[in-house]
Design a protein around this ligand. Structure first.
Ligand SMILES: [Zn+2]
Length: 466
């Protein structure tokens, strides 16, 4: 049969192998059930890094190594939330990663999803008091940063999903968290709202006892060297750390095992014949502020043009939709994807947008084009993500296979393309996006905080790229 797909034979091998392989499923179960959360600074993180290194080597990648760095690890302590008035009650809560040890008292100020206008409405009540904001709508960090900019003394983050207990998420983002923050369940938050509606102002006390200790983390790296343009590199990565209260089965591991599976099949069927170099990375410490990705991106600081693209496959195998491509404001790359889709006999939905909340961001800041595998049709929001309920039983082998087959076939074409038309962004273009792009609001809020408090007064954990 005549075909206009020059990769038909390779495609058939890759798809056939991926759809009959148990490798990702078995790796994911070991990483979750045997090593736990793999949160930075835990024994599980170390064991996971060893196993991922072993897998990269077993699959035949070159130059497989661990790239270590030291940083200030955060260690959870007991947190308490007490209502002082109009009733007295102890409520369940957890501190949010990078929360400092603290004891504060204040009245609750409710700001719903924590958007600018919701803060504006309550602005006279906030100084010295405690913000209660729910998850959903916008990223947690934006809610938290607005609380700081309004001089709140503390931050309570309510899960907006019933039945999933407390929600977590870092509030440090490469700095010691400036005001203490705790996570509570939907039900606890609704109780507090009812109490305030029925009986007026609610005064609470929050105590946190978290600690910091110097510790080590590792990115795991392995490559398939290119034959024609070995100095041109495409990075394919995902983080392997989960939140400490969770198995982190879908976020991040459904994506991490997509990366290992892509490495496995590209090594098996295309090793030695790829034009460009593909560099697989398992990033550490994404959940607490992208430390691993910042550390990795730093080595391309002086020659970012070497990295022609960075794929961030965080949670890429999540269930609940079909797989498409997320491009971080790269309309010029769409024809390449569309052409590849035609060859692959696939319909690949493309989404354009950017956020600064995952591991592509440090590469993006260097001007490197970045993208992801997106799960299209999944309801917005994290659901059980960032809770104790992101467990192996909620992963979906078929979603992982779909993402791995798509990723391997697409990256294969990118590695072998005669020409990659995408150019790196200039520093001016990045600056403009940071100023104007609706997806990068957190950058502007952080700048406002640095101006207010002085960046030099904040304890920093890891070297940033900019
Ligand atoms: Zn993630």
């Amino acid at each position: 049969m005549k075909t206009d797909n020059p990769y038909l034979e390779l495609d058939q091998k890759i798809v056939g192998d991926v759809y009959t392989s148990k490798a990702p499923e078995s790796l994911l179960i070991t990483l979750c059930d045997d090593f736990g959360s793999r949160f930075g600074g835990t024994e599980g993180a170390k064991l996971a890094s060893d196993l991922l290194k072993e897998k990269f080597a077993e699959y035949g990648l070159h130059n497989v190594h661990k790239d270590a760095y030291d940083y200030d690890g955060w260690y959870r302590g007991k947190a308490t939330l007490q209502i002082l008035s109009p009733v007295q009650r102890d409520l369940p809560c957890i501190s949010l990663p990078y929360c400092p040890a603290a004891e504060i008292e204040g009245e609750l100020v409710f700001v719903n999803e924590g958007r600018a206008e919701e803060f504006e409405k309550e602005k006279d009540q906030i100084a010295g008091n405690i913000i209660l904001s729910q998850s959903g709508g916008i990223h947690r960090m934006e809610k938290y940063d607005r609380a700081i900019l309004h001089d709140a003394s503390g931050f309570i983050f309510q899960n907006h999903y019933p039945g999933y207990s407390e929600v977590t998420g870092t509030i440090g983002w490469n700095h010691e968290a400036i005001i203490p923050g705790i996570g509570i369940s939907y039900e606890t938050g609704e109780f507090l709202k009812r109490l305030s509606q029925r009986k007026g102002k609610v005064k609470v006390r929050i105590q946190t006892t978290d600690e910091y200790r110097r510790t080590q983390a590792w990115n795991i790296v392995g490559e398939l060297p290119g034959k024609t343009y070995p100095e041109e590199v495409i990075i394919v990565g995902c983080h392997y750390d989960g939140h400490d209260i969770s198995q982190g089965a879908n976020d991040p591991l459904s994506g991490m095992v997509v990366v290992t599976e892509m490495a496995r099949v590209l090594a098996a069927y295309a090793k030695g014949s790829l034009a460009r170099t593909v560099r697989f990375v398992a990033w550490s410490n994404e959940e607490v502020g992208l430390f691993g990705a910042y550390h990795d991106a730093n080595q391309f600081r002086d020659s970012p043009e070497k990295v022609r693209f960075t794929w961030n496959l965080d949670s890429a195998g999540s269930p609940g939709g079909r797989k498409g491509i997320g491009l971080h404001r790269l309309p010029d790359f769409e024809p390449f994807i569309e052409n590849a889709a035609k060859e692959m006999a696939l319909d690949i939905p493309i989404r354009q947008g950017i956020s600064g909340y995952s591991d592509h961001y440090p590469y993006f800041l260097l001007g490197i084009p970045t993208g992801s595998i997106a799960t299209i049709g999944r309801p917005a929001g994290r659901g059980f993500g960032h809770t104790a309920f992101d467990t192996v039983d909620k992963t979906d082998t078929m979603s992982i296979r779909e993402a791995a087959a798509l990723g391997a076939r697409l990256v294969l074409r990118q590695l072998n393309a005669v020409q990659l038309s995408l150019k790196p962004r200039s520093a001016e273009e990045i600056e403009k996006m940071l100023r104007e792009d609706s997806g990068l609001e957190q950058h502007r809020l952080r700048e406002a905080i640095y101006e207010k408090l002085g960046k030099e007064n904040l304890r920093q954990y890891c070297n940033e790229v900019v």
